[in-house]
Design a protein around this ligand. Structure first.
Ligand SMILES: Cc1cc2nc3c(=O)[nH]c(=O)nc-3n(C[C@H](O)[C@H](O)[C@H](O)COP(=O)(O)O)c2cc1C
Length: 342
């Protein structure tokens, strides 16, 4: 029995385990459907995709499962960047580009096709839509709620939880400091919070009376139980699914997660400008001071990362992973979800 009664989710799940959206490849329709069919709920990652690709993935996922599915979108804020700092970083990266005989990418800002992706959500009505990197305006959340789509906002602090609740989010996704991939922190220039997940859950429960899905670093059944015991209605796991059969995690990333050369994870801005946790490698160590221009830094490093992946150069690639990565297992996602279920 839970120590603290959670506010229940508006959807019934047989297992309180949600598969995190993982942009950049891992979250396939097959993975999302496998997590849902195992009694949890899978999430498609809308970030970086073209709107039509996202629409196709939603449609495909619906053919693979009858259960609830989620879709995640990025909320990219306009930014005031330090052009000189960005140019210095570009110059610094030339050394890497020269190694592959390519050019450093061109920096640019875009909103990840926000309006067009919202239109896909309105049309195809996933059961849940979650947002990361920021909170949509109240009119957007309320419109989606009225369409019967459960809105969820990823938060990393009580202040962000307060904003999301005030604007009308129906679910909060609480991301703790051990999470793999990008921190969801609204302000890209802010340092992400370090409060341990159970404490963050307690603090947010005192701020907002909403159901919480909590994650970050969760890789064992005991951690799942502890997180539910702290008051979450469900947990969210990403890294635990990266080696699953259904995830389209690239081969370099898969091999790194199982390579004893890597012994720890670290939060870095070097790859994209936003803080993100991954396996500690040389690129992170060499570029500890990249600045926080997101998504400009994402675009300048993109060709380097693509070349590094093709070359299996694990020291120059972003290898997103949460602190629980040593427990990540290969095999069907259904088995991974069953093994984590309380
Ligand atoms: C490879 C990878 C990609 C991710 N991409 C996204 C994303 O597109 N959108 C998002 O909201 N969160 C993303 N995340 C963060 C997850 O939603 C979640 O917070 C995290 O996986 C939980 O921590 P864990 O990986 O330790 O389980 C990503 C995480 C990983 C590992």
């Amino acid at each position: 029995m839970s120590l603290i009664d959670p506010v229940s989710l508006p959807l019934k799940l047989k297992r309180p385990v949600v598969g995190a959206p993982m942009a950049g490849g891992p979250s396939t329709p097959e993975l999302v459907a496998a997590v849902t069919n195992a009694g949890g709920m899978g999430f498609l990652a809308g970030g970086y995709k073209r709107p039509q690709q996202l629409a196709n993935q939603i449609t495909t996922t619906r053919t693979l499962t009858q259960g609830p599915i989620g879709v995640n979108l990025f909320v990219v804020s306009e930014n005031d960047i330090d052009e000189e700092e960005l140019e210095t970083y570009r110059q610094e990266l030339k050394y890497y580009a020269d190694r592959y005989g390519i050019e450093v990418g061109t920096p640019r800002w875009d909103d990840d096709a926000w309006q067009d992706k919202l239109e896909v959500i309105r049309d195809l009505k996933p059961d849940v839509v979650s947002f990361t990197f920021g909170c949509p305006d109240a009119d957007v959340l309320q419109e989606l709620n009225a369409l019967g789509i459960h809105t969820a906002v990823t938060v990393t602090s009580t202040e962000e939880a307060h904003t999301a609740a005030e604007r009308g989010a129906r679910i909060l996704i609480v991301q703790g400091p051990d999470a793999g991939g990008h921190r969801a922190t609204f302000d890209p220039a802010a340092e992400p919070g370090t409060e341990p997940l159970p404490d963050l859950i307690t603090a947010i429960k005192n701020t907002a009376n909403l159901p919480l899905i909590a994650g970050g670093g969760i890789s064992t059944r005991e951690q799942v139980r502890a997180t539910l015991g702290a008051g979450a209605a469900a947990v969210q796991v990403g890294t635990a699914l990266l080696l699953s059969d259904e995830a389209d995690t690239n081969l370099a990333h898969r091999s790194a997660l199982q390579d004893p050369v890597f012994t720890e994870t670290k939060v870095t801005r070097a790859f994209t400008g936003r803080p993100a946790r991954g396996l500690r490698n040389r690129f992170m160590d060499d570029h500890a001071r990249s600045g926080h221009a997101y998504p400009q830094i994402h675009y300048i490093t993109a060709p380097l990362r693509a070349a590094a992946a093709a070359d299996n150069d694990l020291q120059a690639l972003h290898l997103w992973a949460g602190t629980g990565y040593p427990n990540a297992r290969t095999g069907p996602a259904a088995d991974i979800i069953a093994a984590l279920s309380p």
